[in-house]
Design a protein around this ligand. Sequence first.
Ligand code: NAP
Length: 281
Amino acid sequence: MSNGVNTDGRSATRREERARIEAGAGFLPPGGVAGDVRGVALVTGASSGIGAATARRLAAEGYRVICAARRFDRVHELAADIDGVAVECDVTDADDVAILATYVGARLDLLVNNAGGAVGSEPLASADFDAWTTMYATNVLGAGRVTSALLPALRAAEGTVIFITSTAAEAAYEGGAGYNAAKAGERMLAGALRLELCGERVRVCEIAPGMVHTDEFSLVRFHGDQAKADAVYAGVPDPLVADDIADAVAWVATRPAHVNIDRLVVRPVAQAANHKVHRAT
Ligand code: NAP
């Protein structure tokens, strides 16, 4: 058993949490948070990489963090470590997102739309459109659905929404069309929402990371081919790591309430543009 979690414990906890969720318990009582808690934050895709690092960092900044992802065992362990809460949620599933909103309850101070990623790198001539559908469903529809469902709670708390897009939204690259399109689409959610909420005190922000060396991003993109995934970062001195983006999220979220960071593009020094990467090999 580690962090009070084993296979049996995990399923018992999962049942318990589901029951709480379905009973409409809410994460914290309506009307605010207790003690010295900075607020409640929800991070989607918190089971690995940038999302997990962001959940840890926000907890260190004083947020109570709701950690959501499809892999419940992972978010459960993370939540146990940071005194947060784990929710199993596929952002492409309307029922899951509705339950997530029930669980969040009446107020949410910070939403980090991080769940997403790339699938495949084929040129358009041989595009795998099922993979494109997955990328659109996760990065665009998922972020849209979660944001829409949680908007009442964000409005109630005068909260902040951060979309984790990508420099893939900045410029196209060969083999990137499906991901370029998905992340450019997600960027448009941030832009439209900021206009729609003008006059209210909800901040809408975007962080567009460049090359971040996480364990799974390229592995997922290349369908589990570790050699191809490793080649992405080969010889690059100091690609970004997940904590660098978590740091950016914490900075954006903790600006004074009247300051909206519309878009923050973050790359490693070795990457001057999507195509211009220095490799010391
Ligand atoms: P990662 O480790 O592969 O993380 C992706 C996360 O998204 C996982 O926690 C995954 O959790 C979750 N996810 C995927 N599909 C989901 C779904 N349908 N419902 C709920 N959660 C889902 O990759 P990462 O590097 O941390 O990337 C995080 C975000 O940053 C992504 O949006 C990615 O596009 C963006 N980004 C990454 C880079 C980079 O170079 N790494 C650069 C720019 C932008 P489950 O599988 O457990 O659901």
